[in-house]
Ligand binder design. Structure first.
Ligand SMILES: [Fe+2]
Length: 337
């Protein structure tokens, strides 16, 4: 599964470049042009690793998201919150003031009038002193919020009429490989819960799919060029299912950077958007060795879903496009550069 320099060269050479190729990154935002009222396309924005204790990074990325949406006159249809939603203490749990100051107000309804689909990260799996997992599930049930987390793993089709995409949201907090619970405030899924989720995932994937796209999202990446590296338990449990069922995208965070990895013959594009606010990590595998893209950067991502293609753009904290690609329902990928 390792990709060499020649593999990257292969990717660069063999993908059919888009009409904007060669025009420079500055031309990419035109892909995110305002959606016409009668158009079918959807606009989703995503961030991972965002609810950090030192708020400067999160606030800068959130400001860039707001500016991006407003300057392109976008009407986002969904936010994807890719886990590590709350670092540190969440005083008061479901009633914490952090919900208001660092979720509802930083990503305000006036700009993002849409559901915010969330998955759980390792920093959510902490008791400080109460379980942040329980608080996040309870906050979704409170009403009057866009925060959407019906359970630790769930699925949905979007939109409800004439859906274009099937999304499976998973809990990637796998048990410690040698069976010991993590120490201190941290906890994980149990082995029984891991098995229960896997049975559920297989059953979901066996259902006849009526949408052109299948997207799987979770906090931990299956493959990552960042310091956390490749995740052997997810490679064992989930990777064969993504391959078998031809998932178009696997979306994750956890490493604090922005990535897009492709593997020869694999139907799934692995996207990592972990620049939502927490301190950045230094990559351990350069994109020249395994790519096509990996960068130590704050930022967010924009997924445009059209009937004929997906368009994924990574943006930095100034709102500048730093990487992009498209993917057809049949799985053809074009790198935008
Ligand atoms: Fe994480």
């Amino acid at each position: 599964m390792k990709v060499s320099v020649s593999r990257r060269d292969f990717l660069r050479q063999s993908f059919v470049f888009s009409a904007v190729a060669g025009l420079g990154l500055g031309s990419l935002p035109s892909l995110a042009a305002p959606r016409k009222a009668d158009a079918e396309g959807l606009h989703w924005l995503m961030i991972g690793d965002w609810g950090y204790e030192k708020p400067e990074g999160q606030e800068a990325v959130a400001a860039a998201m707001r500016t991006y949406v407003q300057s392109h006159s976008l009407k986002p249809d969904a936010l994807l919150m890719l886990g590590d939603n709350w670092y540190g203490e969440l005083p008061g749990g479901v009633n914490s003031t952090r919900w208001k100051t660092h979720f509802e107000e930083l990503y305000p309804r006036e700009v993002f009038d849409c559901p915010a689909y969330a998955v759980l990260g390792n920093h959510d799996y902490q008791r400080m002193p109460e379980s942040k997992v329980d608080s996040e599930l309870a906050y979704a049930k409170k009403g009057g919020t866009r925060w959407t987390m019906p359970s630790r793993w769930y699925s949905f089709e979007f939109p409800t009429t004439k859906p274009l995409v099937t999304v499976i949201a998973l809990d990637s907090n796998m048990p410690h490989p040698i069976g010991a619970q993590a120490a201190g405030v941290n906890f994980t899924l149990t082995q029984e819960e891991r098995a229960e989720q896997l049975r559920w995932l297989k059953a979901e994937l066996e259902k006849p799919r009526t949408t052109p796209y299948l997207v799987v999202m979770a906090h931990h990446p299956i493959y990552s060029n960042g310091p956390h590296g490749d995740h052997q338990m997810l490679i064992a449990d989930w990777e064969p299912l993504l391959r078998e069922h031809k998932a178009h995208l696997y979306l994750a965070g956890h490493d604090h950077d922005m990535q897009h990895l492709e593997f020869e013959g694999h139907p799934t594009s692995f996207v990592l958007s972990g620049g939502g606010g927490a301190d950045l990590y230094t990559l351990k595998i350069d994109e020249a060795r395994r790519g096509p893209y990996a960068a130590k950067a704050y930022g967010f991502s924009h997924l445009q879903i059209d009937p004929d293609k997906l368009t994924l753009l990574h943006m930095d904290q100034s709102g500048k496009v730093i990487h992009g690609f498209t993917k057809t329902p049949e799985g053809a990928v074009k790198i935008l550069s």
